[in-house]
Design a protein around this ligand. Sequence first.
Ligand code: FEO
Length: 159
Amino acid sequence: MEESINKQINEEFYSAYLYLAMSGYFESVDLPGFAHWMHAQYLEEMEHGMKFWHHLVDRGGTVKLYAIQEPQREWDSPLAAFQAALEHERHITGRIHALVDLAEEVKDRAAYNLLQWYVDEQVEEEASVEAIIARLEMVGGSGNGMLMVDRELGQRQTG
Ligand code: FEO
């Protein structure tokens, strides 16, 4: 269980890195609202990683911080970036579900409880990215539409 949580800490920090890369990409194409949304997402992923980190520390486990993979830097379009984010979140959901199965198998109730928070969080994460993809498909890259979505995404609250 400890080893799998250590691997998940790495996955969460990679997620943070990926969304920070996407935030930089959106800055480079002059979409500050999109960049702000992805920056907020980066902060959330850091929290996800730290929540597992605290869990291991609190239980007297050994934290192992593995090398973080280099993320992609550019995407073909804002829609392509969000589609990549959705694909990534689905991958993370699969990992979280596998951790739940493992916690059940080894009867680690504390880990099992902690993981329920992540199960719910993944439902929210996938839903919010799917909603933005639907929006982007609706506006179809039109200038006005993109400015409108950019304004909306710029209003995301952090913390
Ligand atoms: Fe930490 Fe976006 O899952």
